[in-house]
Every structure is written in C-alpha cells, then in structure tokens.
Design a protein around this ligand. Structure first.
Ligand code: MN
Ligand code: MN
Length: 455
C-alpha cells in the first residue's frame, strides 16, 4: 500500500496534480484578502456556469447558484435531485487570513519620515512581519458613495512598503526580551515616504504624501476613516523545495481549503443531495460579524432557496439544516522535524499523506471544539476509501501545548453532522506558510468524493 500521495499517483495523475497546484498558486497570489478572494471566486464560478441567486425564479436539479454577502462572504450551490429538506453536503472554509490593517487615522509624520499606523488582525508572531516587502490591498469608501480600490505592491513595477526592524548592532537589549514583546503591536508602523513638500512648514513629508494620494487615487486624509486597507506580504506564492513538491505563500490559512472547495463544487453536475460551498470571513477573529460564520446569512440564503422550491415553513428550514453534513475545512498543523517537542507523532499530520480529518480541535481538554461523532467519522472513512482518497487523522499538537479553533462548532450548532477537515501547513500564521502539493490535490479529490457520495 502506498505510504504517501506521491507513491500512489500514476504519471498522468502527477501531471494533473502539478497543473492543479499551479492554478492554485496563481489564484492565491492574486487573492490575498477576503474581498479579492471573493471577487476572483465569483469570476471563476461564473465561468463554471454559476448564476446569482436573484436571477432565479424557481430551482431545478443541476441549477448552479451563488450569493455574495458584502463582498467578503460567498456561498455556492449545485441543486440536488432530492429536495433541500433532505439535507445538503456542505464544504466550508474561511477566506480571511492574519495580517495588519491600517488604523482609521493611520498617517503621521515623525522625524522627517511619514508612517502609517496599523492594528494586527488574527494571531501573529509580530517579529515575523518586519523587514520584509509588504503590499497594501483594500478599499477606500468615500462620502459620495464611490469606492476606490487600492492594490499597491504586487505588480512588478509597484513600490512596496514595510516595517523597519532594529539593526542587530544595536539590538542587544531588544534581544533579551521574550519573543512576544521583541516587536510590539504599536511598533508595527509602516514606512511609506520620505520626500518633503517644498515650502511646507508643518509636516512637509506627510503633505507630500497626501498630495500624491489625492493625485493618484483622488482620496484625502479623512477618507481613511471609511477604508479597509490590509497590509499583506508582497509578491507571488512560489514553488517550494528543490523538487517543487510544496508551495510557499501568504494566506494558505485558509485559502488553500477555500480554493480546493471552490474547485470541487465546480466539478459537480447534478448531485443527489444539494452540494454547497460556504466561504466565510472573520474566522481569525472569532467568526464574528455579518460576514463571519456566526452570521445568519447562510440560513437566510437556504430559506430563500427553499422558498423557490415551494417550502415556506420554518420546519422545512430546520429539516434542511439538520439533515445536512459538513466538512469544515481549515488548515491543520504539519509535523515539523525542527520542532518535534510540540507534536505527538502518532496523531500528527504529515506532508504528502493526504487530506486531514480532525475529529476534534480546541485547547485544554478539547474546549471550544466540535468533536465529530464516531458515526459520522465512519461514514467519512468509507467515503474516502471508496474513492481511493488518501487521508490522515490528526490533532493540533501535543495536549496542553496550545490549540486552536475553527468554524466547525458554529454550523454543528444547527444540529448537523460536521467534521473538521483540511490541509496541513507549516509556519501557520507566518507571512509565508507552506503546504504540500500532494495534500492540496488530495483534498480537492476528497471534497468531490464528499459532495458526491455522502447520503
Ligand atoms: Mn484557519
Ligand atoms: Mn488561522
């Protein structure tokens, strides 16, 4: 029996694996924020025959439907032959990633330099985010109702910005500090300019920059009050390893599961049960808000679909949710031989061994986790084996070393079967994370199997 996905695949399948990963690498490089990921996903979905919910008057099996929430949260459906009340097979993942956001009043001048103040988003080791090229991606919404798109730092001739670090020569005292405070949150300020405006007395460097923003983007300082600009690592995702077996990129958490889920649902034509792909925002800060997994958006869209099928009772909605099955896909942790002390080897995920299933996640005795039922896990095992999908089971590190949560419990609260699934990564939440191409491809195959076979 094959030990890794690499051993298992034929030459022709290996070619497919690399082609699929190249498409992912390019998509990821162009989709660093939840907004750009959602926009690019809609374009892809439309190319695959999906149409917006509001364009449907009624629904039949095989219809391909999508709904977007505030540009940051997306749901796609391929309608099944069975009515929705018999449940859906749902793939869920999140499309926000750890980063820094510009503050509402970001711009200030100090000692002849102009900087932008940021507030970090999600769990980061702050010292990893300094002394590297960064891009600015987001929107500025103006009072006149127009929106200016900002995307600076990723095109070949763009300038980049970044956060300075203290030179090693003068860092003796800094290096005595614990890792958590070597670089502190309020030190994460971006250097964005150094030319003074001629004959300007007060803050001439800031004045020069504001003139430039006005000229190039038609925005003013106050417009940052209503902006969402994310500071993300500049540059493309890259093939990683001399054998090109991995991809190094920003935002694999959790865009790698989102992308593979999106590609999987696009493969589904006329399923028995309705296929769903839910891509949510705000997971990294607790799945909160209108576009996070806790939002009623999902339920509301399902209610609208039921309505189009002639089901209007609340009982119908509850039936649809209760009879559903979900893979809550999020990245898991890949065993790292540089840090063996944090893993329990028998229950760790390894690069190249396929899609991961975590019966539970959480911390301090599984707290905050979903803990899928044994019955559901049995169904999943059968589905994977029947479809020749290689899978592994894992925990997020040794007991009481740390832990983490996902969106799994939120959908499980609707009383449906949910299990954590996904792809394992190294350097999770660092500016660049690593995945194995074998696992990316196998997850995509696992998702197709799940949508097709789970009854
Ligand atoms: Mn995640
Ligand atoms: Mn995360």
């Amino acid at each position: 029996m094959a030990n890794t996905v690499w051993d298992k695949l034929s030459k022709a399948e290996l070619k497919k694996l690399h082609a699929f990963n190249e498409e992912y690498r390019v998509f990821l490089s162009n989709s660093k924020t939840e907004r750009t990921f959602a926009t690019n996903s809609v374009a892809y979905a439309e190319s695959q025959g999906f149409k917006p919910l509001q364009s449907f008057k009624k629904l039949k099996a095989g219809d391909r439907v999508y709904a977007v929430n505030r540009g940051k949260n997306l749901i796609l459906f391929v309608m099944g032959k069975k009515p929705l009340t018999e449940g859906m097979n749902i793939l869920g993942a999140h499309i926000d990633s750890p980063r820094m956001d510009l503050k509402q009043k970001p711009i200030y001048e100090r000692d002849g330099l102009v900087l932008m103040d940021t507030h970090y988003y999600g769990g980061i080791k702050k010292y990893q985010w300094v002394a590297r090229p960064m891009a600015l991606v987001g929107v500025v919404c103006k009072k006149d109702g127009t929106t200016v798109e900002i995307n600076i730092g990723d095109k070949p001739n763009d300038p980049v910005v970044g956060i300075s670090d203290l030179l090693i020569h003068l860092a003796a005292k800094q290096l005595q500090k614990p890792g958590a405070t070597v670089v502190e949150g309020e030190q994460l300020d971006l250097l964005v300019g150094s030319i003074p405006k001629k004959d300007e007395q007060k803050d001439p460097v800031k004045a020069y920059l504001l003139d430039l923003l006005k000229e190039q983007y038609d925005i003013e300082e106050d417009d940052f009050l209503s902006a969402e600009i994310e500071v993300v690592p500049a540059g493309e995702a890259r093939d990683y390893g001399l054998d090109r077996s991995m991809i190094l990129g920003y935002g694999h958490d959790d865009k790698v599961c989102a992308y593979t889920s999106l590609r999987a649902i696009a493969e589904i034509k006329k399923p028995e049960r309705t296929s769903v792909c839910v891509l949510v925002d705000k997971e990294e800060i607790g799945s909160v808000g209108a576009t996070g997994a806790q939002s009623d958006f999902y339920e509301h869209v399902v209610a609208k679909l039921l309505d189009l099928q002639g089901y209007t009772s609340l009982v119908n909605l509850h039936d649809a949710l209760e009879n559903s099955a979900m893979l809550s896909s999020d990245v898991s942790v890949a065993y790292d031989p540089n840090y063996p002390e944090v893993y329990e080897k028998n229950n760790s995920a390894y690069f190249g061994k396929g899609v991961c299933f975590n019966k539970y996640t959480g911390a301090r005795g599984k707290s905050g986790s979903n803990d899928a039922s044994a019955e559901f896990m049995a169904q999943i095992r059968k589905c994977m084996d029947d479809n020749n999908v290689m899978f592994q089971t894992c925990e997020l590190g040794k007991i009481d070393v740390g832990g983490g949560g996902t969106i799994a419990y939120i959908l499980a609260n609707k009383n449906m079967n949910v299990i954590d699934a996904g792809i394992c990564v190294q350097n999770m939440h660092a500016p660049f994370e690593t995945v194995s191409k074998a696992d990316v491809y196998e997850a995509y195959r696992a998702y197709i199997a799940f949508l097709t076979d789970i009854k």
